[in-house]
Design a protein around this ligand. Structure first.
Ligand code: CP3
Length: 324
């Protein structure tokens, strides 16, 4: 449940004001916030409290997170000279806070901890646009008109991502998720040319560790085959993609994750229950399914509803498994 903290009253006093990165860089605070949802909900895994931009931020490239806005870059990437701002990551000095947080969390946690990173395309959008964007026009213009710069930029981002994922795995996470949240804005042909090789290199490099790899994006119903082919063990499906469609593309033996609409979780319980039941019925007891939201938890979500979702999924999901 991404960005689950936003809906928890106990989150804000620990998080404090200002950039979320200030809380992320303090291992004790990051550990406490990671554990908070696991105390409320009967979850099967926890996700590290961090952000997709954390490793880039740690290299001092000039990216930050503005409260209520999202990732911002003061001097967006525009030409070749901006590539000089990249430097190699030294996990011991740059990402020590992350390693420390993971060690604190895994000491307390009795369910697996999931680590994560942003994928090159989604991270590039924040570096190039300078702020969250709807059409990602600057990103697409740079990508199509200067492919050489685009690919070099993605290689540099990928090196940072690989260093962070490896450091998270060394520190003790038991699965990792690559978030390419905005890749769904691309035509499959353009995804294949401009994005796929980079995400594939990341997943292939991390594959050698043998831990499960998750790959997620929104609006990706036309990209599911490529998301899987990039080297993922699990593909995330947002709420706009039916499980039936995903199964026709990926088959019954592939593991899917999703696909509850986060907006529905703001409705009264009978409405939410009906939708959770519909998704589980559509899955028809296939054990290769991880129930989750199709995107991040919305701030106005009532935590009691999410607790009921987790319990209902376990109870009703088990009935369907037993009958399948
Ligand atoms: O649930 C968790 O706490 C896990 C940690 C987590 C965060 N961000 C913390 C966070 C995870 C897995 C993310 C992923 C993330 N961050 C993605 C990929 C997943 C997705 O939702 O598509 C993206 C695109 C981001 C970038 C980002 N960070 C956005 C768009 C925002 C929201 C800005 C806002 O305030 O509306 C953030 C901020 C952020 N990252 C919050 C949290 C808990 C929001 C609350 C806060 O600022 O304290």
């Amino acid at each position: 449940m991404r960005q689950a903290g936003r809906s928890l009253p106990e989150y804000f006093p620990v998080r404090g004001d200002g950039s979320i990165l200030d809380a992320i860089k303090e291992p004790e605070r990051a550990a406490e916030i990671t554990l908070q949802p696991t105390r409320r909900y009967d979850l099967d895994a926890a996700i590290l409290f961090s952000d997709i931009v954390t490793p880039l931020w740690a290299t001092g490239i000039g990216i930050d997170i503005k409260p209520g806005v999202g990732p911002v870059t003061e001097n967006p990437i525009r030409d070749e000279s901006d590539l000089d701002r990249f430097r190699p990551v030294d996990p011991e000095s740059d990402l020590d806070f992350q390693t420390e947080a993971i060690k604190l969390i895994t000491k307390e946690l009795d369910i697996p901890l999931i680590g994560f990173c942003g994928a090159p395309f989604t991270l590039a959008t924040y570096l190039i646009e300078g702020k969250p964007s709807k059409n990602h026009t600057n990103t697409k213009r740079l990508m199509f008109s200067n492919p050489e710069l685009w690919h070099t930029l993605c290689e540099k981002i990928s090196d940072v991502v690989i260093a962070s994922l490896k450091a998270q795995i060394d520190a003790g996470v038991e699965a990792v998720q690559l978030f390419d949240s905005w890749a769904g804005i691309l035509h499959p042909v353009h995804y294949q040319e401009f994005v796929f090789p980079h995400s594939k290199r990341i997943l292939e490099t991390v594959q050698t560790t043998g831990i499960p790899l998750f790959h997620f994006g929104t609006g990706t119903s036309m990209l599911l085959d490529q998301f899987a082919a990039a080297g993922a063990d699990v593909v995330g499906v947002d709420w706009k993609t039916s499980l039936r469609h995903a199964r026709t593309i990926l088959g019954n033996d592939y593991t899917l994750q999703g696909n509850l609409d986060p907006s529905i979780c703001t409705a009264p319980w009978p409405v939410v229950e009906k939708e959770v039941r519909r998704i589980l019925d559509e899955n028809a007891g296939n054990p290769r399914f991880i129930f989750n939201l199709g995107h991040g938890v919305l701030p106005e979500t009532n935590p009691d509803i999410l607790a009921r979702v987790a319990d209902f999924v376990h109870e009703y999901g088990q009935t369907l498994l037993d009958n399948s």
